[in-house]
Design a protein around this ligand. Structure first.
Ligand code: AFP
Length: 283
């Protein structure tokens, strides 16, 4: 039963993706409100949240819905718990850089740790619209193609993706904020090529394909990091680990961190196993 629910969540979100992508054009203004993480919300954030919420909460077998854009968890019946970042990287919309949607499915009431995840996936609204899915220890990427009606076809683009190479690195934030990662940065820069785009989905996605490490450290004023663990940290850590990589908050796998607040933040690093180990040694 829960497999079918996971299938349906992936299908519903993938079907919505072309509509979300084409709807961004006219929703690029800030609405003057802040989300629960005190970040400015764009019209597109509010709209995408409502759109996905309606689709996901109507699925039989989804019991809870939580969104980065909402203060409270919505109870919608019995079953799995779905957490979503409807538009990750929305500050990239005005400049037409990458954005995405991150979704993950827990078999436990929220908030809970990433050890309760059964699947995680993200949509990338890039030159192609793709969905990258981690479940049962495997990561596959599919291209989403619209077909007549509201349907979409999913074409396998990369099967069983593994994080093996040590080619690129990216660290979010201003390096002046991070005393403890200054050394780390210069060490990584000796061997790896820097890539940073300002949206977790895009930055993580290129690391997944090229191999390397990506992170957003804790910093002054953000001692607990920037990423929200339920909506950003856990799903990306789950995908990295399913691809044979690793994740850490500096001390342990992100998935092992106890979560007791739905908007709890975490320092975040994920990537090739040895590189993540090197990050841990530095912190
Ligand atoms: P949201 O657009 O969902 O709030 O997420 C943005 C984000 O958390 C993540 O996608 C980026 O990696 C990070 O912010 C970018 O932060 P900087 O603007 O500090 O580079």
């Amino acid at each position: 039963m829960s497999d079918e629910v996971v299938d349906e969540v992936i299908q519903k979100v993938a079907e919505a993706a072309p509509h979300i992508s084409s709807g961004l054009m006219h929703r690029r203004e800030y609405v003057g409100e802040e989300n629960p993480s005190d970040e400015k919300m764009m019209e597109a954030d509010v709209w995408a949240n409502e759109f996905f919420k309606e689709k996901i909460t109507s699925i039989d077998g989804v019991g809870e819905f939580a969104s980065e854009e909402e203060h409270e968890i919505t109870d919608c019946g019995e079953g799995l718990s779905v957490a979503i970042d409807p538009l990750d990287g929305s500050s990239n919309i005005p400049t037409n850089n990458l954005v995405g949607t991150i979704v993950c499915i827990y078999d436990e009431r929220l908030p809970c740790s990433g050890e309760n995840l059964v699947a995680a996936f993200y949509i990338l609204y890039g030159p192609l619209t793709t969905v990258t899915v981690a479940r049962e220890g495997q990561v596959n990427e599919y291209v989403i193609e619209e077909s007549p009606g509201d349907d979409v076809d999913l074409y396998m683009a990369s099967e069983d993706i593994r994080i093996e190479g040590k080619n690129i690195y990216g660290l979010g934030g201003n390096k002046a904020w991070f005393d403890d990662v200054e050394d780390l940065e210069s060490e990584l820069a000796d061997d790896l090529k820097l890539r940073y785009g300002g949206a977790l989905v895009g930055d993580f996605n290129q690391m997944l394909h090229h191999g390397g490490v990506f992170g957003y450290p804790a910093k002054e004023g953000y001692e607990n990091g920037k990423y929200r663990i339920l909506f950003e940290g856990n799903p990306m850590a789950f995908i990295a680990e399913a691809a044979g990589g690793a994740s850490t908050n500096g001390e342990r796998s992100i998935l092992e961190v106890e979560v007791d607040d739905i908007h709890q933040r975490t320092p975040f690093y994920a990537g090739q196993k040895e590189l993540v180990q090197r990050v841990e040694e530095h912190l």
